[in-house]
Write a protein that binds this ligand. Sequence first.
Ligand code: ZN
Length: 487
Amino acid sequence: MTAYDALLSHARETMALAQVMGRLHWDQETMMPRGAAAQRAEEIGALESVLHARRTDPRVSDWLAAAEAPDAAGAAQLRLIRREHARACKVPADLASAIARATSIAQGVWAEARRDEDVAAFLPHLQEVLRLRREEAAALGGDPYDALLDDYEPGATGADIAALFDRMRPRLKALRDRVLDAPAPEPLAGWYAKDAQLSLARDLAERFGYDFNRGRLDLAVHPFSSGGGADVRITTRVDPADPFNCLYSTIHEAGHATYEQSIDPAFALTPLGQGVSMGVHESQSRLYENQLGRSAAFCGWLFEAMEAAFGTVGAADARAFYAAVNRVGAGPIRTEADELHYNLHIMLRFDLERALIAGDLAPRDLEAAWNDRFAADFGVPVARPSDGVLQDVHWSVGLFGYFPTYALGNVYAGCLHAALGAALPDLDADLARGDPSAATGWLRAQVQRHGGLHEPRALIEQASGAAVSEAPLMEYLEAKFGALYWL
Ligand code: ZN
């Protein structure tokens, strides 16, 4: 066996075990009995030790030194293996295991604290998770925030993202202010049966290319997609008063999942066989959800589909339905935010977590800092912790550096959407028939099938034919909401 083959064989087994780890997390969010939380933390900690030992195996260095890539894809495999190995070797095994255990426990405590509106109960766990992640960042070296961010968006830096957000913020706020000054459209008013919502959600996932033969849809507190290759699962939640919560979170997660399902099967269970970064991942889910799913054309079809599913939708006509789908409001919840406020939610979290990691903000002061910033950016107070600092799972599971990838995904989606519109002149006619397959096919060919073959930014620039910029997203938002609100 050549050094290259030995390396790939080792990586393949590690990837398989990582998939098992992912399924333990999926189970924890969907099926696991509540009393199993402590034992699950042990199970995850034990598997994390195994994974860490494999990722830091000294043989990997020897193989890397001797390996010769057979082709361009092989060279990309070596690049990713080298990157992960170098990263893993910098983090001591007991620290990696401590992080896995602490975050597993903190996640359960967070869920109960959120339910009980009890920030004090979560605080010691937040302090511990933050302490461990700062220790990890110090071990990785360089700017602490960049060290963590690099795991989710290779090549990005906190300073670049701060500059991007500084360019977007005033334009977003100006547009948002003009929209909120205009007469607000009516929201939907009605009661939408849970089973009918889930049935329509399944139909939507399939229309957007999700393969149920290699996936499944379950309920969870916080919708997510997990897994890769032949087993990619999605979750949603159902609110009988708000069908868009279920339907659009399903389209969103189907975007993530079809990305994973569409990667070249030759890359399965190798470093190339997964989405290349969280920002690129989010660009797919956002494009499916917003630029396609919330377009006037697709909303015309969805209006008819919902009339058929629920009897009556609670909107006068397709135009009123489209306005209700895209209704702008300064609500407190990120996952329910409209396309304008969403990025402002992310900017708030990005600044706060950067200050936490830098040591400029103490966890005990986080709630007050959140509430002050929210009032300043959104013009309304935070009513309760579950509407504020306790709303997201991310920090409880140690995901510092993850939030900005959501807004980066919106920026990438803007770039891809501009290219998509130019490539598919019949896009609106397709969407009006409830058929996004030409669009999802284009994304599959341009972005998804490549897996980890290209660096994130290079992939977006190659697919969109232009340098990454916030301009296409801002122009799309200004055109869409300008027309919708008669500005
Ligand atoms: Zn997402």
